[in-house]
Design a protein around this ligand. Structure first.
Ligand code: GLN
Length: 612
């Protein structure tokens, strides 16, 4: 189905097709034979979508656009230092086929002009001619996601007439910039320019460059991510030859053109646009493709300096330990402690991408809050990305803060989640993450609460429960309790045991005597199924008792978090008992309702806090 971008491309295609100026390049005789009316457009995105219009599937030779990809290959094989010895990164302001070298360094100015590209072609890896050709083809195939074919006629045509390039190669041999036999280097260069591509291929190749080197359609790596910015930089400063400055001013996107009429322009981190239309101007740039790029950039505000993220939205909301509580069910005594100590726990819900500007803002606020609190939880649930600056700054902040105790805690940070690289960086710089990183907000809150409770109740509350104090049995007389005890079945289960299973018919309810159990269920999230803990129960608390109200299948799993001791009560036995002592059932039902009402209140308060 066509969307707004497809419609826009169709209209753009019609609009630029009316431009009649310029003529196809003729200095390579074969190129002059092309139909000047051809015009194709394609946009490929980093998530692998491709939008097309016009003659997007017509093959044309890649020409100078190949220079960007061969440069990337050379960097990957030889490293930056070695490649820089042979070719600079200075815009020359000269035409693409200029015979000048940089007089200071005796190097070609940059890899986007012919001299630099010929020097770069010599760097294509391989022990012999055959291997170098094969490596060149393999490199193109990785970028395009399919094998590209050589246009023999264009290759032979350029080989027969490319005397100016010959002059450049021989001059570079004399300057010591190339070492191998010039004709052999030129042969590879003429070939690299003569591979057939379509606008669609080129768009995918460009999208690969802005997708950190991974082809978004095949999912396979074409270039080490390390070198993608190098290629994009020379594209921006030198890709359009002596029009590069004007281009950067007007369009503001890294781009590369070729004399066969192609222009590839890329939107860093997002997409690539490829346009093919043979008539070129005096600079060797396709006239319609130039116009199209300007229109696209203008229409969508794509100039690199026109769009930027806003660091001011990084803090979603702030809460303290009174407004938000872990899912662990607490005794009244513990609740009281937490209510008093609540403000000593602070939570910052962070959102959007983390980078230099947003992390700076986040950490300024975090520092203020940490000064007032004992625990500061940075909840990263809504953070999609943390770049290198963010990783460094967050690790440094944590290290700094550690000097005054384990204050700063990251929640919703997992080793295999979207912030895996942040997790890895923290593990590397902080070492032990057990008190610094939690996979959920709930676990982080529980940890902080436990520490606050332990200050007041070092031994913890109610290690072994006294049946008379059970919330479920509140208000029952000694006789009733004795009767209940008589039908109770003591059970012990190791940590990890599923004590009750979602969907299963309930025949019993349980009271925890020792240890803890969590109530959890799988919920669907955008990234797949996730186990969510709804509550954590401890000694004196019960589960499954709601079966007394109406029976029916269980609504969640209950899993032992530690080794547990339980008392099991069969529903049938309780009902039998109630037939003789009806007050037991009335009391139990009243206690269950009271408990439900209380939980509802806590849940409502939490929902209200999250509305912010
Ligand atoms: N093969 C062409 C040449 O060397 C490439 C030039 C270009 O596309 N600007 O002349």
């Amino acid at each position: 189905m066509d969307g707004p971008i497809d419609d826009f491309l169709k209209a753009l295609h019609a609009e630029i097709s009316t431009i009649g100026e310029g003529a196809p390049a003729s200095y390579i005789p074969e190129l002059a034979k092309v139909d000047p009316k051809l015009c194709g457009i394609a946009i490929a995105t980093v998530d692998g979508a491709v939008h097309v219009a016009g003659d997007w599937d017509r093959a044309f030779t890649i020409q100078s656009i190949s220079k960007a990809f061969v440069y990337g290959h050379a960097l990957e094989v030889h490293g930056r230092d070695r490649v820089l010895e042979q070719v600079g990164v200075e815009p020359s302001g000269d035409s693409f086929n200029s015979i000048a070298l940089d007089t200071v360094n005796k190097r070609p100015f940059n890899p986007m002009v012919n001299s630099g590209a010929i020097a770069t072609a010599e760097l294509i890896e391989g022990a012999d001619v055959e291997e170098r050709r094969a490596n060149l083809e393999a490199m193109f195939a990785r970028f395009a996601g399919r094998a590209l074919t050589l246009d023999e006629a264009t290759y032979l045509s350029e080989k027969a007439t490319g005397h100016r390039n010959r002059a450049i190669a021989w001059m570079m041999l004399s300057a010591g910039m190339i070492e191998r036999e010039p004709e052999e280097v030129l042969d590879l260069y003429f070939r690299q320019c003569s591979y057939n591509v379509t606008a669609r291929d080129l768009a995918i190749m460009g999208a690969t460059l802005v997708n950190d080197g991974v082809n978004p359609v095949t999912g396979k790596r074409a270039l080490d991510a390390e070198y993608c910015p190098d290629v994009l930089t020379v594209m921006l400063s030198c890709g359009m030859y002596n029009y590069a400055g004007q281009w950067a001013y007007e369009v503001g996107l890294p781009a590369k053109s070729g004399v066969s009429g192609g222009i590839l322009a890329v939107i860093p981190g997002q997409a690539a646009v490829a346009i093919f239309s043979p008539p070129i101007d005096a600079n060797g740039n396709s006239i319609r493709a130039l116009a199209a790029c300007k229109r696209i950039a203008e229409r969508f505000g794509l100039h690199m300096f026109r769009t930027h993220p806003d660091p001011r939205t990084v803090i979603r909301y702030e809460l303290d330990g009174r407004q938000v509580r872990s899912k662990r069910t607490r005794s009244l005594r513990e609740l009281e402690i937490l209510f008093r100590a609540g403000p000593r726990i602070r939570l910052l819900a962070v959102q959007d991408a983390l980078y230099f500007g947003s992390v700076d803002r986040l950490l300024r606020r975090a520092k203020d809050l940490a000064a007032e609190a004992d625990y500061l939880i940075l909840d990263l649930r809504r953070v999609s990305h943390a770049d290198a600056a963010a990783r460094t700054l967050l690790a440094e902040f944590h290290t700094d803060m550690r000097r005054s105790g384990d204050k700063v805690i990251f929640a919703n940070l997992e080793a295999d989640g979207p912030l895996a690289s942040l997790h890895a960086h923290l593990a590397e710089t902080l070492g032990d993450l057990s008190r610094a990183v939690f996979d959920s907000r709930d676990r982080a809150l529980e940890y902080c609460e436990d520490r606050l409770i332990a200050e007041v109740l070092p031994g913890g509350e109610m290690q072994t429960a006294n049946v008379a104090e059970f919330e479920l049995f509140r208000g029952l007389g000694a006789d009733d309790l004795a009767c209940l005890k008589a039908i109770a079945e003591p059970l012990s289960r190791p940590a990890g045991t599923v004590l009750a299973r979602e969907g299963e018919e309930a025949a019993r309810f349980f009271v925890i005597m020792r240890g803890s159990a969590s109530v959890c269920a799988e919920v669907a999230t955008p990234t797949g199924l996730k186990t969510v803990r709804f509550s954590v129960l401890g000694p004196g608390q019960s589960f499954g008792e709601r079966a007394l109200i109406g029976g029916g299948p269980r609504v969640a799993d209950v899993v032992a978090e530690s080794d547990v001791e339980l008392l099991g009560f069969s529903l049938a036995a309780v009902e039998e008992l109630a037939a003789q002592r009806p007050t037991i059932l009335i009391r139990l039902l009243a206690n269950i309702s009271g408990e439900l009402a209380e939980r509802l209140q806590v849940a409502s308060a939490e929902i209200r806090a999250l509305e912010m």
